[in-house]
Design a protein around this ligand. Sequence first.
Ligand code: HDD
Length: 683
Amino acid sequence: MKENEKRINESSKHEQLDHYRVDDSGKDLTTNQGLKMSEDEFSLKAGERGPTLMEDFHFREKITHFDHERIPERVVHARGYGVHGEFEVYESMKKYTKAKFLSEAGKKTPVFVRFSTVVGFRGSADTVRDVRGFATKFYTEEGNYDLVANNMPVFFIQDGIKFPDIVHAIKPEPHNEMPQASGAHDTFWDFVANNQESAHQVMWLMSDRAIPRSYRMMQGFGIHAFRFVNEDGKAHFVKFHWIPKLGVHSLVWDEAQKIAGKDPDYNRRDLYDAIEKGDYPEYELGVQIIEEKDEHNFDFDILDSTKIWPEEDVPVQIIGKMTLNRNVDNVFAETEQVAFHPGHVVPGIDFTNDPLLQGRLFSYTDTQLIRLGGPNFHEIPINRPVCPFTNNQRDGYHRQTINQGKVAYHNNSLAANTPATVPKEQGGFEHYQEKVEGRKVRARSESFKDHFSQAKLFWNSMSEPEKMHIKQAFAFEVGKVKNKAIRQQVVDMFANVDLELATAFAKDIGATPPAKGGSSVTKSSPVLSQENTMKTAVTRKVGVILNNGFNDMDVKTIFDTLKEVGLHLEVISEKQGEVTGENGVQIMVDHTFTTTDSVVYDALYIVGGNGENKKFHMETTKFLHEAFMHYKPIGATHDGKKWLVENEMATSKGVVATDDINKFATLFVEAIAAHRHWDREII
Ligand code: HDD
C-alpha cells in the first residue's frame, strides 16, 4: 500500500507522536551532543573557591538552554489547556461535503483540542469572566482541519481589521498593566460604548456563559458561516456547534472570583482529572445548514459574525461525537506549540466572505511565525499532519525535513514536474468558485448595521435567575469603570437592548437611568438558556465533611451508592490521615479545611461525627454558608443535620436531610443533577 493511501484511524496521531516521545528516566545524563557527564552539580572552576572557567561547555550549554526556554505567549488565548481525543461520525455528510473525515458513519479521526481564556496572560486564573476558546485540530487523511471556535456563538466585531482595537481595549491598560484577565476597566467599556457592534457579544460576556463550571460543560461555536462543498461542487452555508453531553453549566460570580485565588487552575485541573479518572468528556458536533438560495432570506446577514442563526429557524443537525481521552505528555511540546488556523481546511470545507473570517485567514499563520520562531512550525510533532506533506518550500529556521534531490521548483522536467498538483477529482483542493463583483471600498454592508435585535433576543431567552446574573455582571463590570461619562454611555447603549436591564444597573453604578429605549424584539430562543440544558449528576464533585465517630455503616452505603451514580467524593476533615467511624471503619481524608474550600465542590455532604470540637464546628459552618450562598446542593445525614437546623436551612430548596439512606441518596443525586438551586431564599 502506498503511504498516502494509508488508512487514518483514531490512533494515527499517537503512532506518529510515539516517534518523538522520550522517557528520560533510568538514562545517563549527557550533553546535547551526547557526551556523558561525570558531574552536574558544580561548575568548572580555577580552584575550589575560584572563578568559573570559560571552557566549561557543560555549564554554558545548560544555562544557555535555560535562558532560551520561553517563547512569546499567544497575543490572545495565552492561557490554555490541551488534550487529545477522537472524533467519530454518526451520519455521512456526503450530501453536503466531500470532506473525507465526515464521509461515512463510524469513521474516526484523531483530534487535539486546546481550551483557553482570551484576555489573561499565560499564568492568569482560569475562572475569570471571559470568552473561552475551544480550538480543535482534526488530523484527517486529507490534511489538518482546524475548527478554531469559542464558547459563545458571536463575536465583538464584524471586520478583522478591528481585532487589534478590541484586543488593545480589553487587555490590561498599558500605563499600569491592570486589571489582569478582566474586562472590568475603562478602556474595554469605552470600546464597547463606541463600537456598538459589540452589543450582542457583550450580553453573552455578561451572562453565565463567561464563567463555565468546566471545559467539559461548555459549548463550542465556529461562529462564522463556512461553506460545505460536495462532490458535485454544490455548496451550502454551514455553522458548527460543539454540544457537551454533560450539559452547559456555569459557576456563580462570587464563587468564580474566590476560586481564582483558591485554585487558579480550576478548569484545567477539572479536565485533567476527568481524563485521568476515565470520565472522558464528550461533545456532539452539530451543523446548521442554509442553502445558497436562502442567503438573503433572513432578517440579519448570515455572514455577520455578531449574529446567530436562531435554532428555531435553522435547526442544528447532530453529525458526530468527539471524545477527549488522553492528557498530553508535555504541556510545552504539545499545548504551547500547537498552532491553529481557521484557514487549515480540507476539500469540502471552504470560506465565505464574512469580513471577520477573512481577517482571521491572514492573522493566524503570521502570529505563529513570531511565536514559534519561523516558517517550519508545521514540522513540530503536534502540528504535523498524519498524511504525507510535500512541496517545494525549503529551509528556514529549525528545518527538520531533509529534502533529497536538487529540484525545488515548478515547473520542472528533472523530477517529472513533481511534487505534482492533484486534480480536484482526485482530492486536490480547489477554492469554491463564488462569483464576486463590486467596487473596491472600505465600507460595511448596510445589512450588518442592526446591533441590538439579537442582543434583545438573547435577553428575552434568559430565565429570571440568568437575567439577574446579567444585571449583576453589568453592575460589577461597569461599576469598576472610573470614568463617569463612559458608565453613562454604557447605560445609554444598553437601553437600546432592554430598558429594565439598563435601568437596573444604572442605579447600581451611579448613572442616570435611561428615560426611553428598548428594542421591540419579542422573539426568544429557548435553547439559549442554560436552564434548558442537559442535567446530570454524573462526574460531579462532592465534598464530604466527616469526623471521627461518624455512623460508618450508613455512610459507607451512601458512599457506594453515590459513587455508583458516577459522583466523585472527597473527604474533608480537620486533619489528614484517617477518620474512624463508630464501628471502627476507617476512611482516608483527602483534604483538611485548610487545603480545600467549599467553592471547588459541586455539592456538600455533611456527616460530622461525635469527635467534634469548636474549630471543626466553625469550619463546617463556614463551608455550609458558602455552599448555600452559591445555591449548591447540600446533603446531611446523622450528626450533620444539626448544622442545617442551627442555620435555618433544613427546608430550603436543594437541601436534603434525612437518615433514610436510600431516600437520601436518591434525593441528593437529583439535587446535584439540578446543578444549582436558584429559587433558594438567601438569608
Ligand atoms: Fe482568534 C487565537 C478563536 C477572531 C487572531 N483565536 C485564537 C484561539 C481561538 C480563537 C480559540 C486560540 C487557539 C489556540 O488555542 O491556540 N478568534 C477566535 C474566534 C474568532 C477569532 C472564534 C471569531 C470568530 N482571531 C480573531 C480575529 C483575529 C484573530 C478576527 C485577527 C484578525 N486569534 C488570532 C491570533 C491568535 C488567535 C492572533 C493568537 C494565537 C494564535 O492565533 O495562534 O492569530
